[in-house]
Write a protein that binds this ligand. Structure first.
Ligand code: ADP
Length: 223
């Protein structure tokens, strides 16, 4: 196991990849996991909205379009709390390197776009440990649209249709994602995001991330 001098005080490392849907987060997380594991570190990946307690409730509510802005925020915050308590913190205490697909910055962007007060959202997450590294995959909406249409297609909530920006799926996606990007833009300097151009190739992005991760790994104490 390794021990690191961390911002949150736990022995493991907390590394976050943020960005909109389709920006390449899970692709990069898998690559990072491989390169870190190859050096014999313990690594886990934890994705947004995957708690055993609440993820199914959110999926069911989304399928039936039952969420309003407040229940949307609160259910996602409950999902986060469950994962933090049962997965993320235990792994950090055991010296694991925890790779996260999105962190509370996602909630800050999406909830604010849905009309929540930013301080109210920040309070929901104010107990969350501060990550050691935050990568942000910066993607313009036009490139994102092409990628999403070519893979998963447009999704009701990811297009912000619940907010009522436009009844046209395509237009709604554009407006909603642009508003989310504006929020991410504001967070870049506040939270020290390492912002990476998401339109670069998979390999180029991986080497940038790997370089930053390696700097921290090299500073850790192995025992
Ligand atoms: P996310 O986890 O952010 O939703 P994914 O990693 O699932 O995004 O990537 C979405 C799609 O884009 C996948 O088909 C993936 O292969 C592709 N992709 C990921 N990164 C890149 C990249 N840098 N350039 C081109 N396509 C990419």
């Amino acid at each position: 196991m390794a021990q690191f001098k961390t911002k949150h005080g736990y022995e493991g490392l907390l590394i976050v990849i943020e960005g909109t849907d389709g920006s390449g987060k899970s692709t990069q997380l898998q690559l990072l996991k491989k390169s870190i594991q190859a050096q014999s570190y313990g690594v886990i990946i934890s994705e947004w909205k995957t708690s055993r307690l609440i993820a199914n409730v959110i999926d069911d509510a989304k399928e039936r379009n039952l969420l309003n802005a407040t229940t949307y925020s609160l259910l996602y915050a409950a999902d986060f709390a469950d994962r933090l308590e049962n997965t993320i913190i235990p792994a950090l205490k055991s010296g694991f390197i925890v790779l996260l697909d999105r962190y509370y910055y996602t909630a800050l962007a999406r909830d604010v776009v849905r009309g929540q007060d930013i301080d109210w959202v920040k309070n929901l997450y104010d107990y969350a440990p501060e990550p050691d590294l935050i990568f942000y995959l910066d993607m313009p909406v036009d490139v994102l649209l092409k990628r999403i249409i070519g893979t998963t297609g447009l999704n009701y909530y990811e297009s912000g249709r619940d907010v009522g920006f436009s009844s046209d799926f395509y237009k709604s996606f554009e407006i909603y994602q642009n508003k989310c990007l504006e929020q991410y833009e504001k967070m870049k300097s506040t939270y020290n995001f390492i912002s990476i151009d998401g339109t670069k190739s998979i390999d180029e992005i991986h080497s940038i991330m790997n370089f930053e991760v390696q700097k921290i790994l090299d500073s850790g104490v192995l025992y």
